[in-house]
Design a protein around this ligand. Structure first.
Ligand code: SF4
Ligand code: SF4
Length: 139
């Protein structure tokens, strides 16, 4: 059965950025917050709360995939997409097409950074703000 990330415990987030660092280090071999496919930021004001931005694993209509002129994005079973870097031409159309603004662009590699729902971030969150949810395979 496929799994997708759910960021539904963000009320417990302390802003340690462990999720972002683990994604960046493990998926992009980069010890920074820059290359993470999940983004955490303060929600503003004095409340001290944090919000997350990450792919919501669209199923019916995957706007990023539909915007791609080179067919570099394939449907991922359970929702979301998988990037084929070999085919990507770095046009950034997927970045502006994503319905939740979850795709960033790596100016070094000239490729988009797109969550593949691997779940690494969920393992490093010390407060269980993130979790994996089982969903039906749809491919
Ligand atoms: S940047 Fe790559 S994946 Fe995104 S729309 Fe352009 S070709 Fe497709
Ligand atoms: S990257 Fe954005 S548009 Fe593409 S599947 Fe995820 S949430 Fe949907």
């Amino acid at each position: 059965m496929a799994k997708i990330i759910k960021a539904d415990g963000m009320n417990k987030c302390i802003g340690c950025y462990s999720c972002m660092l683990s994604c960046s280090c493990i998926n992009y071999k980069h010890h920074s917050l820059e290359k993470s496919a999940i983004k955490i930021k303060t929600s503003g004001g004095l409340s001290g709360k944090f919000t997350s931005t990450v792919c919501v694993a669209c199923k019916d209509e995957r706007a990023c995939l539909e915007s791609c002129p080179s067919k570099a994005l394939e449907k991922r079973s359970g929702g979301g997409v998988i990037l084929n870097e070999e085919v990507c031409i770095g046009c950034k159309k997927c970045v502006s097409a994503c319905i939740v603004g979850a795709i960033s662009f790596d100016e070094e590699s000239k490729k988009p950074i797109i969550c593949k729902h691997c779940g690494i971030c969920t393992k490093f969150c010390p407060h269980a703000c993130l979790r994996m949810e089982e969903v039906d395979d749809d491919l």
